[in-house]
Write a protein of this length. Structure first.
Length: 246
């Protein structure tokens, strides 16, 4: 049975990725943050029991990288304590957990990271919280960790860094790929998967949808950023080829 035929529960239903997944996965149960607080384990347990979920997609997260440096308590509460609650609840109920992680678990010194490459050391507090969250997600006996990175449908800033390299893309490009992975999660013979596009600078990505964006250096940023955080997604590309073969 594929997850497409199963009951899917999504945390972070009103988030950037969650909003896209709700459109791509009809019938998904996706409460927003006003309806479900993942830092309250009793609320999470009740929601999962009522939904009779068979697959749990954990996309809820504190994602403001710069603000995390000042709001460390909240970042930790959502990303770490919340993920601990999700992994424990899924494990206790025999639910398959799909955990949405980030390229920031790597140090960003060289790029082209594969799924089995060593993680860390991290370069900022958000990265730390997501690295710990990954390990907590792996406590669930049946799990898939998806490392990815995405931007809003339109580049939101007047500038973009020319010296930060990434394989992220716009959310409407990445979300259909993640939706496919969710539908086929039980067919994926790995516990970790990178879903991303080709390596490029943040500036090159920004120019695709905002012609007036100005080039800038990460030295002007408010938080430490990696040099090259690009991911190797060949494992994912190979899986898609396998599934599409007659």
């Amino acid at each position: 049975m594929t997850a497409e035929a199963e009951k899917i529960f999504l945390t972070g239903g009103s988030g950037r990725l969650g909003s896209e997944l709700r459109r791509l996965l009809p019938g998904i149960v996706a409460p927003d943050e006003t309806e479900l607080d993942i830092t309250r384990p009793e609320d999470l347990a009740q929601a999962l029991d009522e939904s009779e979920a068979e697959v749990l997609v954990h996309a809820a997260a504190y994602t403001d990288v710069a603000a995390a440096e000042h709001n460390r308590r909240l970042c930790w509460k959502v990303n770490v304590e919340g993920t601990r609650n999700v992994a424990r609840a899924a494990g206790e109920r025999g639910i398959f957990l799909v955990h949405i992680s980030t390229d920031y678990v790597f140090d960003g010194s060289r790029g082209g990271y594969k799924e089995d490459d060593p993680v860390g050391p991290v370069c900022n507090y958000y990265s730390l919280s997501k690295l710990v969250a990954e390990e907590l997600a792996r406590m669930c006996p049946r799990h898939l960790v998806i490392r990815t990175s995405f931007r809003p449908r339109q580049w939101p800033y007047p500038v973009a860094f020319t010296d930060v390299y990434t394989s992220q893309d716009y959310v409407d490009v990445i979300a259909p790929e993640i939706a496919l992975a969710i539908r086929r999660c039980r067919d994926i013979p790995y516990h970790t998967l990178h879903i991303a596009t080709e390596r490029k600078s943040a500036y090159e990505l920004a120019k695709r949808r905002r012609e007036d964006v100005a080039p800038a250096s990460k030295a002007a940023g408010k938080v430490a950023l990696p040099d090259d955080i690009s991911l190797d997604s060949s494992r994912w590309q190979e899986l898609k080829k396998r599934w599409s073969s007659p």
